[in-house]
Design a protein. Sequence first.
Length: 355
Amino acid sequence: MYRQIERILLQYGYEMISINTPDIHLALRQERGEGYAVVTLDETSGRYLETGQFYHVSEQIRAFIQQRGCYYCHFLYLLVSDDDRSAGRLFKNYECFWRIVPGRGQVMVYETAEEGFMALRRPLEEMFTWQDGPVPYGGEANGSMQGAWQRFCSAVKDRRLPICNLLIISINILVFLYTDFFNAFSGSWIEAGALGWYEVISQGQWYRLLTSVFLHSNIGHIFNNMLVLAFIGSVLEKEIGPLKYGILYLASGILAGCASMVYNMLRDDYIVSIGASGAVFGAVGAVLYLVLFHKGRNAQYSVRQIAWMAFLSLYGGFTSQGVDNAAHVGGFLAGFLLAALLTWKRAGREKHDFA
């Protein structure tokens, strides 16, 4: 839900300021010496703020805005929650707040609303609009195909549903069923599209850098890769979006294949490689980059957890037989660097500790 609110605020000239308090978001617009601050409290994750904690963070936000030279600032508090009790608990002493109730598809604007924020009302209400008219997010359309499709589209827009990652996993499984279960290529991995530097360099079959990423040798091979991808890939797609995630995944797999070819050519060794491991390691490297340099409220893993996961995966590869470690290392480094390139604009956002 907050992703949609963020897009609306950006369209209306607000600057997004990241803070380290989970589920509280700050957006600021300054004009003619005045400031307009929108503080969004998102309870849709299931976490509920304590009254004292909210007051403390709110005062720190006010102090921060004054430090920015904005001594006269209007505040709008957006409460995103289905719990009717939250408004009374949090906003007894706050004159200007609106409620967004996802379960009922409502935006509740009170009489105390300031004119400077009224331009946001219509686009916020339109978040729940479906085709020709408003449809409650969890109401009358629940039992219909239209309601199900609306919820699906809303989940994709809010990045709650990792549609790109699900598509990648599905393609991997379908290719595995076609090549392994139905013996489509009579056991010849070269015929199926495996990666070998001789075929790529000498015969110009560059497509193998991509096709090899979707091939797996057995059920254990694909299960391990897809299990890791289901967790890491979903987190990564939620953070950077489906398009960037798809680009990063494929590019990591291709660059991992390049690293494998170069390594084997330097050793004068011919090895046929298959598997999504290089691309999966790219996703791990990308998540590590995000946790290191873009810590935020959605970080589901710590630096230690990601680093430990990467170490165990690389260690397992180096101590196992028949594993393309060059592809693993190449994919990991590629994912780390690609995440930096694809998210470089995010580094321009201010980050402040309000605790």
